[in-house]
Write a protein that binds this ligand. Sequence first.
Ligand code: LLP
Length: 424
Amino acid sequence: MHHFSYTGGRLHCEGVDLEAIASAVGTPCYVYSSATLVRHAQVIAEAFRGQRALIAYSVKANGNLAVLATLAGQGCGADVVSAGELLRARKAGIPASRIVFSGVGKTAAEMALALEQGIHQFNVESAGELRLLSDVAARLGRTAPIALRVNPDVAAGGHPNISTGKSGDKFGVPWGEAEALYAEAARLPGIRAVGVDVHIGSQIGDLAPMRTAFEKVVALALRLRGQGHDIRRIDVGGGLGIAYKEGDAPAPPSAYAAMISEVTAGHGFDVILEPGRVIAGNAGVLLATALYEKEAPDRTFLILDAGMNDLIRPALYGAHHDILPLAEPKAGQAQKTYDVVGPICESTDKFASGRTLPEVSAGDRLAFMSAGAYGAVLSSGYNARPLVPEVLVDRDRFEIVRRRPSFEESIELEKVPEWLTTAA
Ligand code: LLP
């Protein structure tokens, strides 16, 4: 469910005509709907009512401060994977006590920062990380609350590039080593093991692989309790899928929550979840303007001002994003089939092949739907393009929440060494 729809023949985000934003901000730009973010956070909170659950929004999906502040206002915590994400979450008003720190490559400096802030939990992914975290915590006179992220060796069933729970993936500690590592954790001075963590992948529409993984994790947690570990928390990660196109029917949050309730029932665990896409995905669009139509012998290219540097999901995962014209197509309007591409000098700079759209003319504006998660956060300045701006809509008002940098700002971190500018 989202708040992007045609009103009076024009695509709106809540009460704002997207054409007005495109004209004021320029394209490409991302536009997010506050009402959609809030609704998604509330639907998830509602689904987990009755379970002791911390909803730690996965900042990697969309870490814009205004998005985080919106979700902080709904009581969300945060799942972070770097000092940058931790500081963003804190700046947006998310309390440290609701933050979990995931990721395979935490540095000592990041650990120290998170310990000083007093975060809720570290999700530890290797023996080396566990030992370093203990050292860092002991040095600071603190104890780090941890869960080991275990690799349950379960295939998530989604795209291989976003699957994380098979034994060949770099994530988590190997299933067979987990118990020995908890035993070691119990002996380490700076560590207090409080939970078990798992995350098997992203854009998962079918709950069956998740259930298999969570059942394994709960059984492990109970064995660990039997071995004397005070395991109170199960962190189920993120991964719930969203509808990218008509016909997609991912499991809804209510079914997801019911499944988790069933799997954890009767053991008194606190649940942590790390939803990203399901909150932010359908809350954002990327606006673009058509530049040219180019005829090739066997196809028509539609060349846009947005490129793979602005939205890389199609190039990276072959991902589908619906493309809607901002002007509502009229009944009987001519259709045309395009390869929709960007201006970047790469053959993978292609948003869609053979996509049939209402006929597009140069200057027409289009929206890539469901671009709120893993959109702007994955953008780059490739081809010396300025980073794409972001806009937040709230009812009938909007604000630029990250502006487009000027050329000077884009290069201000660089310098030409003196030896290149002075004669020898
Ligand atoms: N927790 C952990 C440990 C994660 O690695 C992730 C996502 C999440 C939570 C949030 O997962 P979500 O609820 O959003 O599925 N760039 C890819 C997705 C990468 C996901 C990375 N990890 C894409 O655009 O599809």
